[in-house]
Ligand binder design. Structure first.
Ligand SMILES: N[C@@H](CCC(=O)N[C@@H](CS)C(=O)NCC(=O)O)C(=O)O
Length: 181
C-alpha cells in the first residue's frame, strides 16, 4: 500500500455541496481507485485496503470474526448518535449518563470478552487485522475525551503493534484517492 502512494484529500466546507453530488451515497469517506472506481462506506474501504495489505484473514471464519467486530463498532455508533447530535448541554449529559449506566458498559463488556477470548492482545486471532485498526480508531474519541465513559477498560486502547506491514502488498491497482471529512 505504501508504494501505491494514496492521496488523502481533506475537503473544505464550501467544496462539500458540489462533491456530495458525486459521492455514491452523498457521504464521505469515499475511495477512488485508478481514477474510476469509487467506493463508499468506511468499513468497505477498510476491508478493501485490509485485503490488499494482508490485514484481513484469508480463513472465512476468521474473516467473519473480523466482520463481527466491525458490526459491533457500528452498534457503538448507533448508541452514541442521539447524544452526539443533542445540542443542549444538559440533555446531552443526561443522555450520556444513561448510556454509561447500562448500554455502554454492556458494549465494552462485549469488546473485553473478544479480547479475553483471543488471548493474543489482538482482537481476532493471533495477529493484527483491520479489526484492531478499526477499534483503535473508533475508540480514539474516548481516549481524547470527546466521549467520556468509565466503562472503557483501562489499557485497552494501546496503539496496535506491530504497525501494519504494507510492503508485502501486490495489486494491479495503481492509484488511490481517499476523501474524508
Ligand atoms: N456509514 C457511513 C457514514 C458516513 C458519514 O456519516 N459521513 C458523514 C461525515 S463523517 C457525511 O458525509 N456527512 C455529510 C452529509 O451527509 O451531507 C460510513 O461509515 O462511511
Amino acid at each position: 500500500m505504501a508504494s501505491r502512494s494514496p492521496t488523502d484529500y481533506r475537503i473544505q466546507r464550501e467544496q462539500w455541496p458540489e462533491l456530495k453530488k458525486s459521492c455514491p451515497f452523498g457521504q464521505v469517506p469515499i475511495l477512488e481507485v485508478d481514477g474510476k472506481t469509487v467506493l463508499a462506506q468506511s468499513y468497505a474501504l477498510l476491508r478493501y485496503a485490509g485485503s490488499l495489505a494482508g490485514l484481513l484473514p484469508t480463513d472465512p471464519l476468521e474473516a467473519a470474526r473480523v466482520d463481527e467486530v466491525l458490526y459491533l463498532l457500528t452498534e457503538l455508533d448507533t448508541l452514541l448518535a442521539p447524544s452526539g447530535k443533542e445540542a443542549d448541554a444538559e440533555k446531552k449529559k443526561a443522555l450520556r449518563q444513561a448510556l454509561a449506566a447500562g448500554p455502554l458498559t454492556t458494549w465494552f463488556a462485549s469488546l473485553t470478552k473478544l479480547l479475553e477470548t483471543s488471548g493474543s492482545g489482538f482482537i481476532v486471532g493471533k495477529q493484527l487485522s483491520i479489526a484492531d485498526l478499526a477499534t483503535y480508531c473508533r475508540l480514539q474519541s474516548f481516549v481524547g475525551g470527546k466521549v467520556r465513559c468509565r466503562s472503557a477498560p483501562a489499557g485497552s486502547l494501546q496503539r496496535p503493534d506491530p504497525a501494519p506491514s504494507c510492503s508485502t502488498t501486490t495489486s494491479r491497482r495503481t492509484s488511490w484517492t481517499a476523501t474524508r471529512c
